[in-house]
Design a protein around this ligand. Structure first.
Ligand code: SF4
Length: 463
């Protein structure tokens, strides 16, 4: 085919899809997958409502407040564009959405990729040009290129009383280990410097597929958290650096002990996100939490002996039905002992359809507020002391953003230490960085100051 004929044929403009992505990192991964599929089908992405032929709203339906936010986002998309498809967790409540917005074009649930893509095809049939599919495109990413979420499973086999995720997302369904590792390898080769392993229950990875073994680069690897962690620890960036690998949503099952030595060896980021939710055995039992065992404090101590820089992030619910002042005091004492590095606290909120709603002895709102203020006071004090102890140390950091020069020509940058997961933890603010520094660069920073959440410092070395 000659150049003239190529130019003479008009290539129809691709249909554009807008995306509003709400909710947790897992929902963000779903949005990325949907957009990757749509782009392979010849669609383009629209950064605004006005330019979109159809708008997808990926909703969150976990808490009532998240549902309301999802409904508001649907309302805004309808007002601004009018052609709206709803997907995600709240898609399970299609009747609620349709009752409020009868003009919505289609409603699909979480992970129903085929159905969402089909609904887009119906709403805005693709205008594939003859050359659109010739070049494979990299996956669409909604996070910056230097960090990526690696989803290892869907759903959950537990039945925590406050949670409706198993109902929304179904039972645990683990991905094949070789597929997970291939994705991780591809991401690192394409520029990812930090992998965030996510699921509903990372410690349970592979239980549903009997930890099935697959061949990976000539040796068998099981679908198991420890094998996964070990293999991720062997990845290298094209420059030969060890990418950061963070484990999220880890429950303290006994085999968690096996990943701590990998952290001590520098092959896995010394960071564990363990959603403890409470400490009182009575409340944990009422919550029906998995891996609820008495020796957790002892194990935290031994983990820290092996990997002294281990950062533990966790979240807690205050005001769960039946939580007495004694239970709450137990939690505060436990926190003083555990000295967790990062803590998020939530006031218990009944979620429609959750078993906890039927429990007796609801905690009055005023008491919840008061307990929330107290837990925040304790955890902020611990966090501030832990961060203050880092002043004077040199820590490895990853750069997220480099600013513009100020009036004196100084350039600042925002980075994170290994203790900081993107978007949920703190940051390291760097002064006076070289103008050549870029997002995704690894560096060493001397910490000069700290507050309750963030660190402040100066680079000693870039890598
Ligand atoms: S472990 Fe509990 S809180 Fe987490 S997704 Fe499963 S049921 Fe929900």
């Amino acid at each position: 085919m000659t150049t003239e004929t190529l130019e003479a044929r008009s290539i129809p403009e691709a249909k554009k899809v807008g995306m509003v992505s709400l909710g947790c990192p897992k929902a963000l991964v779903d949005s990325e997958r949907i957009l990757t599929r749509l782009r392979a089908d010849g669609y383009a992405m629209s950064p605004d409502y006005a330019g979109a032929d159809v708008v997808l709203v990926n909703t969150c339906g976990f808490l009532d407040s998240a549902k309301e936010e999802s409904l508001e986002a649907i309302g805004e998309a309808i007002a601004e564009n009018g052609r709206v498809i709803v997907t995600g967790c709240m898609g399970e409540e299609a009747e609620v959405i349709r009752a409020r917005f009868p003009e919505v074009l289609a409603v699909t649930g979480a992970h129903q990729y085929e159905q969402v893509v089909e609904a887009v095809h119906v709403a805005a049939p693709p205008t594939q040009g003859p050359f659109v599919d010739l070049i494979p495109q990299p996956d669409v990413k909604l996070t910056p290129r230097h960090y990526s979420y690696l989803k290892i499973s869907e759903g959950c086999n537990h039945s925590c009383a406050f949670c409706i995720i198993p109902r929304l997302r179904g039972k645990l369904a683990s991905r094949r280990i070789d597929a997970v590792l291939r994705e991780a390898e591809k991401l690192v080769a394409a520029g990812t410097r930090e992998l965030l392993v996510i699921s509903q229950d990372t410690s349970a990875y592979g239980v549903d597929i009997r930890h099935e073994s697959r061949d990976w680069h000539g040796h068998p690897v099981r679908a198991h958290m420890t094998d996964l962690a070990r293999e991720l620890g062997t990845l290298r960036t094209p420059e030969g650096q060890v990418p950061w690998v963070r484990l999220h949503y880890v429950y303290p099952y006994p085999h968690v002990d096996a990943v701590i030595p990998l952290m001590a060896e520098g092959l896995l980021t010394p960071y564990l996100d363990i959603p403890f939710q409470h400490a009182s055995p009575k409340v944990l039992k009422a919550m029906k939490r998995p891996a609820n065992e008495a020796r957790v404090l002892e194990r935290i101590r031994s983990w820290r002996q092996i990997a002294p820089d281990l950062t533990i992030r966790s979240s807690f619910v205050v005001g769960f039905p039946g939580e007495t002042e004694d239970d709450f005091a137990y939690l505060l004492d436990w926190l003083e002992e555990a000295q967790l590095d990062r803590v998020g606290a939530f006031r218990f909120e009944p979620v429609e359809g959750a078993a906890a709603n039927a429990l007796p002895d609801p905690v009055p709102e005023a008491v919840k507020e008061e307990r929330y203020a107290r837990i925040m006071e304790v955890t902020e004090r611990i966090s501030a002391a832990k961060l203050a102890a880092k002043i004077g140390r040199t820590l490895p950091v990853i750069v997220d953003e480099v600013g513009e020069p100020d009036e004196d020509g100084d350039v600042g940058a925002t980075a994170r230490s290994q203790a900081d997961a993107p978007e949920i933890d703190g940051q390291v603010f760097l002064r006076n960085v070289p103008a050549t520094l870029k997002p995704g660069d690894f560096a060493e920073a001397l910490i000069e100051d700290a507050d309750a959440h963030d660190l402040f410092g100066v680079l000693t070395e870039t890598g």
